[in-house]
Design a protein around this ligand. Structure first.
Ligand code: NAD
Length: 317
């Protein structure tokens, strides 16, 4: 098991996602040190100072700006949020591919040069393809470079189901799988409400025509980011909280199951692709990829998502 020398977390990219994550992480009390980096060094310095001024209200945590590659030394986890974001509701995550691939590749090379023991969590989009590319740059064991995957999408899904059923999201277990993007899908066969399978819960509840409602809920999940970007230009709070939970699961070796982007090595009949599937997270990053028993239709949707991602990987020079 990884033995963390520190609980230092480095965040690359101090924009909407990076700073939102830094704020959530500082409040969580999990990290003992948070370092922010950005090509816009003034932005990193300003965000770090602003966050550090909350010091009397957090559990002890040291927050500062740093520069690459020195800041990566001794980091337990480096979280990559640097790069271009979707510019408007019309731009898909895959449109960001070429430019962000260069950025993520150079960041991972820097990390590798000074801290080959780090765990790298990628959030920059398109997150599945970039996590895959980042791993190809290193010879690290699978599990030490992971992406935020569909953790946020699964949270949105749980929230929408909770709103629909009038049940706390904490009593809804549900996952969005595949690409963090347009080809993602809901694994309806895995949904549990209050411990009951969704179909059983619906037949007991009987208040709605849920067969008709299901595709609408999935579409709402898929369109969430486009909606929020249309309103406020970026998404940040939801992803910040999702990443805080991922980092917590790793630093505290919680063995928590979350749908991060994981490189598949034959699971679900797929390989040479990285996408969101349920994984056990612990001190080594991804400890295990869980092979859920999906329906044939869900398996087909996962294979479709994989082929969309493999096509965009092939477009990369
Ligand atoms: P932003 O423009 O607010 O911030 C990005 C920051 O990265 C900028 O401050 C920029 O200066 C910095 N940057 C660019 N190149 C860099 C480099 N080489 N080294 C260091 N810093 C660099 O964008 P944002 O809204 O914070 O989004 C960041 C990324 O996160 C985007 O790709 C976005 O699509 C993605 N995102 C992912 C999720 C998810 O669930 N995975 C959710 C929301 C956004």
């Amino acid at each position: 098991m990884a033995n963390f020398k520190s609980r230092k977390v480095v965040i690359v990219g101090a924009g909407a996602v990076g700073s939102g994550f830094a704020f959530a992480l500082a409040q969580s009390g999990i990290a003992e040190e948070i370092t922010l980096l950005d090509v816009n060094t003034d932005l990193a310095k300003g965000q770090a100072l602003d966050l550090a001024h909350g010091a009397p209200f957090y559990r002890p945590v040291s927050i500062q700006a740093g520069s690459a590659p020195d800041a990566y030394r001794n980091a337990a986890i480096v979280v990559v949020t640097a790069g271009k974001a979707q510019a408007g509701p019309g731009q898909s995550r895959l449109d960001l591919l070429q430019i962000n691939a260069k950025i993520v590749t150079s960041i991972v090379s820097d990390i590798q040069s000074v801290n080959p023991d780090a765990i790298v969590l990628v959030a920059t989009n398109p997150v599945d393809v970039l996590t895959h590319v980042a791993r190809l740059r290193t010879d690290w064991p699978r599990g030490r470079i992971l992406g935020s995957g569909t953790v946020l999408d699964s949270a949105r899904f749980r929230w929408l189901l909770a709103e629909h059923c009038g049940i706390s999201p904490q009593n809804i277990h549900a996952s969005i799988l595949g690409e963090h993007g347009d080809s993602e899908f809901a694994a309806w066969s895995l949904v549990h409400v209050g411990g009951l399978q969704m179909d059983d819960y619906c037949s007991v509840c009987g208040k709605c025509d849920f067969v008709r409602r299901r595709p609408q809920i999935l579409e709402q999940v898929r369109r969430s980011a486009y909606h929020i970007i249309g309103y406020k230009g970026s998404t940040s709070f939801g992803v910040a909280m999702a990443m805080t939970q991922i980092v917590r699961a790793i630093l505290r070796n919680e063995r928590r199951v979350m749908t991060v982007s994981a490189p598949l090595e034959g699971e679900y009949g797929l390989r040479d692709v990285t996408l969101g599937v349920p994984c056990v997270l612990g001190a080594n990053g991804i400890e295990e990829v869980i092979q859920a028993r999906l329906t044939p239709d869900e398996m087909q949707q996962l294979a479709h998502s994989a082929s969309v991602l493999q096509d965009s990987l092939a477009q990369l020079q």
